[in-house]
Write a protein that binds this ligand. Structure first.
Ligand code: NAD
Length: 360
C-alpha cells in the first residue's frame, strides 16, 4: 500500500530535523515493505523567498491530495517585519490549519524516565507525567476579527474572541473520546469567571458530559491550570481547552518533560492530518547541527498511528527513542553531565540504527 506524505521542512531547524524523520520512515518502509511516497514543498519564509507568499497554492494543493503532512517549523527574524498577511507563522500555519480543516491539536507530554533529571522540576513532581493536551485550533482570538483604529494619542487594537456551540462540541467530544481510551479523566480549562466564550464553553462541556458518564470531568480556570501544571502535573490525564489557552498551556506542559525538542504533535480534524514538532524554527541554533530531532521523529510515529493505523511501526519508533536515551545519548537541549552529546544527524542515525536492530 502506498502512503503519500507531503513534506514541508520550512525554515530554521526545520530543514535539519525533517530529513531525520524522513530517514526513519524510509527505514521502516523498507523493513515492512510500506511504500512511503514523499513529496516536498515550500512553506514559511523559504516560500516567501521563492514565491513571495508563505503558503503557495501548490503547497496547499499538495497537502490536500496527500495522505498526511509532515511539517518542520516556520518563521525567523528575516521575515519578522513583514506585514501580518505575509508573516510565516500567521499566514502559513493558520492557512494550513484552515485549508485542511484541522480543528484539534494533540500534544502528548510524556516524561521519559531517562530524562527525569533534565526537567527543571523535582523528580517526585514530574516522574511518570503523561498528559495529553488537546487544543482547539481554528477558533477563538486567533481567528476572530482584528482591527486597528486611530484614536487621540495613538491607536486602538482589537482582537475578537468567538466560539460557537458546534466548535466547542467537536473539540470537547474528542477530549472525552481520548480520555475514554486513556485514564478516563478529562480536565476542561476555561476562564468562565470572566469570559462569555468560556461560559458557553463550560455549559457545553457540562451538557456533553452526560454522554460520557464513565469519564470523570473537572473544570479548571486557566490561571489555576497554569499553576497546577507545575505544582502537581500528575493530577492531569487529558486536558481540553480553547485556542490561546491551549497554545500557552501546551508549551508549559512541554517543559515538564525536559525540552520542547522532545514533544511531537498532531493536528487533526479534516481528511488529511498534519504532524509537526511542538517547537518553532529555533533560529538561535539553526544550521549548527544542534537541534533535537526527536520531537519530529515522534511526530512521524504519531502519523503512523493516527493517519495510517500502523500501531506496531509507531511503537517501534517510540521504543527506539527510549533505547537511545537509555544509552545516554543527548542533544544539547537535554544534555546532562555524564551523558554523550550528539548532534542532529547523529541522533537521527542512532535512532535509525536502534530501529533496525529491534526489528531484526
Ligand atoms: P522556538 O520553539 O523556535 O525556540 C525556543 C527555544 O527552544 C530556543 O532556545 C530554541 O533553541 C529551543 N529549541 C526549540 N526547538 C528545539 C529543538 N528541536 N532542539 C533544541 N532546542 C530547541 O520558539 P521561538 O524562539 O519563540 O520562535 C522562533 C521562531 O519560530 C519564530 O519565528 C516563531 O514565530 C517561530 N515559531 C514557529 C512555530 C511553528 O512553525 N509551528 C512554532 C513556534 C514558533
Amino acid at each position: 500500500m502506498a502512503y503519500k506524505i507531503a513534506v514541508l521542512p520550512g525554515d530554521g531547524i526545520g530543514t535539519e530535523i525533517i530529513p531525520e524523520a524522513v530517514k526513519i520512515l524510509g527505514v521502516l518502509g523498507e523493513v515492512f515493505n510500506h511504500d512511503f511516497v514523499f513529496a516536498e514543498a515550500l512553506v514559511g519564509g523559504a516560500a516567501i523567498d521563492e514565491t513571495g507568499v508563505p503558503l503557495p497554492e501548490e503547497t496547499l494543493e499538495l497537502c490536500k491530495i496527500s495522505d498526511a503532512v509532515l511539517l518542520g517549523a516556520v518563521g525567523g527574524p528575516k521575515w519578522d517585519t513583514l506585514p501580518v498577511h505575509l508573516r510565516p507563522e500567521g499566514a502559513a500555519l493558520l492557512g494550513l490549519r484552515k485549508g485542511l480543516g484541522l480543528y484539534a491539536n494533540l500534544r502528548p507530554a510524556i516524561l521519559y524516565p531517562a530524562l527525569t533529571d533534565a526537567s527543571t522540576l523535582k523528580r517526585d513532581v514530574v516522574e511518570g507525567v503523561d498528559i495529553m493536551v488537546i487544543r482547539e485550533l481554528t477558533g477563538g482570538l486567533y481567528f476572530g476579527e482584528k482591527k486597528r483604529e486611530n484614536i487621540e494619542g495613538g491607536q486602538r487594537a482589537i482582537d475578537t474572541m468567538v466560539y460557537t456551540t458546534e466548535e466547542i462540541v467537536r473539540i470537547v467530544r474528542l477530549g472525552f473520546e481520548t480520555a475514554r481510551k486513556r485514564g478516563k479523566r478529562l480536565c476542561s480549562v476555561d476562564k468562565a469567571n470572566i469570559l462569555e466564550t468560556s461560559r458557553l464553553w463550560r455549559e457545553t462541556v457540562t451538557e456533553l458530559s452526560k454522554e460520557y458518564p464513565d469519564v470523570e470531568l473537572t473544570h479548571m480556570y486557566v490561571d489555576n491550570a497554569a499553576m497546577q501544571l507545575v505544582r502537581w502535573p500528575k493530577q492531569f490525564d487529558v486536558m481540553v481547552t480553547e485556542n490561546m489557552f491551549g497554545d500557552i498551556l501546551s508549551d508549559q506542559a512541554s517543559m515538564l518533560t525536559g525540552s520542547i525538542g522532545m514533544l511531537p504533535s498532531a493536528s487533526i480534524g479534516g481528511k488529511v492530518a498534519m504532524y509537526e514538532p511542538s517547537h518553532g524554527s529555533a533560529p538561535d541554533i539553526a544550521g549548527q547541527n544542534k537541534a533535537n530531532p526527536i520531537a519530529t521523529i515522534l511526530s512521524a510515529a504519531m502519523m503512523l498511528r493516527y493517519s495510517f493505523n500502523l500501531e506496531k511501526e509507531a511503537k517501534l519508533i517510540e521504543d527506539a527513542v527510549v533505547k537511545v536515551l537509555d544509552k545516554g545519548y543527548r542533544t544539547g537541549d537535554i544534555m546532562e553531565s555524564g551523558k554523550t552529546l550528539v548532534g542532529t544527524t547523529e541522533m537521527g542515525a542512532l535512532i535509525g540504527g536502534e530501529l533496525i536492530q529491534n526489528v531484526g
